[in-house]
Design a protein around this ligand. Structure first.
Ligand code: BDR
Ligand code: CA
Length: 312
């Protein structure tokens, strides 16, 4: 099975992504989960990651804490979407599994440097601070990482935290810039994709109807986080962002995109954090990422529901 590291700021949709990965041991070997500051502060995100691991029953998967703030900027958080703990909705017990003592960035570097080149995929579900910092601290990891699959950015759906920028990129645009220029093969799930996989009432009821504790918790998570999104967008269901990263690893045929140059704005006050994708290849800039553009939403929810059924 494919070895992955999940870097995350859970987050209800991050939590669902983690559960999808942990429910798929035949395809995915989750080496560890690293928390980063984002949706809420690092301390909450690291606690939430451990709660989610315990919910899945996969308590052997280690959880680390990485960076507490972005490379250069003041942390911007999203309690207005995710609640004060970052994972409001379900009533999950305080975690018993420990937080690993090593800093998450050092663990990422050590794990990559000890691995067969190309054998590890990094899945990023939050701001790119930890991966950017790891690339700065040990540039040789760029030769070793197999692929980075990230949720972040947008083309035509533009922004969700500012009119121009998607949240994960906006929080740490300097880190995103380091990652996009690293030369590592990158696949990006932008808002264009995640806005297509909406948690309609029928899809949420199917997850609740699984009857297991995971299905129940996921139902409560998504019902909480979608209440904000439904007001904001006025759609039938809320977008489900981060699980698209894991779904892509499991069933890449659910997604379509284009290999192009993707650059992030780091200077303009108006558009900082905006991803600029050279969709029509009008520049000579190197094609550094596959920017996905569409998803098979029914196929995605079928996969998600079927996998969540396998958990306790
Ligand atoms: C991203 O921002 C976070 O709030 C979500 O977890 C997702 O990673 C969407 O813009
Ligand atoms: Ca996230």
């Amino acid at each position: 099975s494919r070895k992955i590291i999940i870097d995350t700021d859970p987050g209800q949709d991050d939590a669902v992504a983690i559960l999808l990965a942990l429910a798929s041991p035949e395809e995915l070997d989750v080496l560890g989960i690293v928390a980063v500051a984002g949706n809420v502060g690092l301390h909450h995100n690291a606690t939430n990651a451990r709660k989610v691991v315990e919910l899945s029953g996969r308590t052997e998967v280690p959880v680390f804490a990485g960076c507490a703030r972005p490379m250069r900027r003041t942390l911007v958080t999203a309690e207005h979407v995710h609640g004060d703990t970052g994972l409001n909705g379900p009533d999950l017990p305080d975690p018993k599994i420990p937080l690993q003592p090593q800093h998450g960035v050092d663990w990422i570097i050590d794990t990559l440097m000890a691995s067969e080149p190309g054998s590890i995929t990094l899945c990023t579900l939050g701001p790119l601070t930890n991966i950017g910092m790891a690339l700065v601290k040990e540039p040789r990891i760029a030769e070793v990482i197999g692929e980075i699959v990230m949720m972040g950015g947008a083309y035509f759906e533009v922004g969700n935290i500012t009119p121009a920028a998607e949240f994960n990129i906006y929080v740490d645009p300097e880190a995103a810039d380091v990652v996009l220029r690293s030369g590592v093969p990158i696949t990006i799930m932008p808002l264009d994709v995640t806005h297509q996989v909406q948690s309609t009432p029928a899809r949420l009821q199917a997850i609740r109807g699984l009857g297991n504790r995971t299905g129940h918790a996921v139902y409560e998570m998504l019902t909480f986080s979608e209440s904000f999104d439904l007001r904001k967008y006025g759609w039938e269901g809320a977008p489900l962002h981060d699980p698209t990263v894991i779904a892509y690893l499991l069933q890449p045929e659910l997604f379509e995109g284009r290999h192009c140059n993707v650059t992030v704005e780091t200077a303009s006050e108006l558009t900082v954090g905006m991803t600029v994708a050279d969709y029509w290849h009008v520049t000579g800039r190197v094609r550094n990422a596959i920017f996905m553009r569409s998803a098979n939403a029914d196929g995605f929810y079928t996969l998600l529901t079927e996998r969540l059924a396998r958990l306790p």
